[in-house]
Structures are given as structure tokens and as C-alpha cells.
Write a protein of this length. Sequence first.
Length: 264
Amino acid sequence: MNIFTCSPRPVLETCGLQNFNYQVDPYIGCAHYCRYCYALNQAQTDWTAEIGIHRDIAGQLAGELAQISPQKIYLGYHTDPYQPCEAQSGQTRTVLKVCLAKGFSVSILTKSALVVRDLELLRALPDAAVSVSVAFNDNRIRRQFEANTIDTEARIDALRRLKQAGITTNALICPVIPHISEVRPLIDMLAPHADKIWIYRLSIQNQADQNWLNVARILNTHFADQQTAIEQILFTTEHSYWRNLRQDLQQLQKDRQLNLDIHL
Ligand code: SF4
């Protein structure tokens, strides 16, 4: 993977998520290259070949944070902040250190267990939160859709260690793909280690988008007998599949007093 220094751009950017005003993407591109990723549709680089870093992320971020009041910054909106190269380049670790020095905190979303490396820093940040995203309990299927990520079990173990250390932990079951994702087993695996579980379906905006072209290719190769049914469900907002799954999970939530946030 080639690591290049990107042309000057803001490190701190406004964030479209509820509860967050600002986000930081320590990298440009994502080597995890999940085939369903919505950010692929706006990708500026070849994610299979290169990852961009900022020239002076510490100095630039410190200057940009000086312009706003201390608050929680989101990491993980357009790219995973724990890229494989983070182990050497330490861009995200630098962001955490700058946030700590300036009185800010973070909420992180990742698919990597490398986040555990920064456990002590996270404990020092006021009310830091880490969310881990998983989509498949069957690692054979996971490799079809996200070949460059680590096993689901390794991610959940990272979540377990973070929670044990007192960090606020969340899990995302995302994306739910009809007839492929098994949501209940994932909830069983995650519930002991996550303060809250968010569940989102695969959302495709346009059938010409790169992420849909990728998913359609995988369905055609590995799930050909179900492809038509899956596509019909995916592109029907109020399909009975979603209604039934929603009701099933709402019942589960009630029966087991789970903290689920269901977006199906
Ligand atoms: S880890 Fe996240 S940002 Fe990276 S490719 Fe996968 S879904 Fe996209």
C-alpha cells in the first residue's frame, strides 16, 4: 500500500451526524475496502493501492481546534481511523493526543482491533466512546464482502477489552443484507460488550453507484439463486422482509431489555 501526503486540506471538517458538529478523517481512502461502503462512491483515490495522510496533522489540527470550543469530535465518517498503516504512521494516535491536550474528546467508529493500542489515551479523554462495526457472523461471507478486515470475533474481543477498561462502547450491525446477514446471532455476540447496538440495513442510493455494482457482482457470483429476491427487498422501502425483521427485533429488545437502535 502506497502512503502519500495529500494536498493541503482541512483536518477538522463539519460533521453531518446528529450530536456531532465536527469530524476528523485522519486518512484519505480506506484499505479495508468493504465492497458495500457508501464512501466508495466519492472515492478520490484507488483504495486498493494508496492511502493519503496529512502533512502535519498535529500542528494543523491544534490550530483548527483553537478556533472552536472543546467538544466531542467524530472519527470514522469517511474512512476507518485505524487503517493497517496506523500501526506505523500513528496519525489517529496523534489526533487523540492533540484532542487530549486541547480538552476535546472523541467518538470513534472502527472495524479494527488496533484501537485497543490507544486504550490508555482513550481513558484519559473525557467520556470517549468507541463503536465497532460488524456485518457478518460467518467469516467466510465476511471475506466475500470485506476481504481486508479482521474476523468479527477479533473486533468483538476489542470491544470487550474496551468495555472492561471503562470506555463507553457501541456496536453497529451494518449493513444488514436480506437473506445473508444473521442479525440475532450478531446481537447475541455483541450484547455483553456493547452499551448500545445500532442496526442499519444496506442502503443503496443509486444502482449506478460503485458500492452497488460491487455488491451486485458478489451476489451474482456467490448468491445467484437469491439475487433477485435480495434485490427486490433492498429496493423496496416497506418490504415485508424489513417489517418482519423489525418486529422480531423489537420483540427481542422487549423480552431481553436490550439497548437496540433499529433502522431497518
Ligand atoms: S471500514 Fe468503513 S470506511 Fe472503510 S471501507 Fe469499510 S465501511 Fe468504508
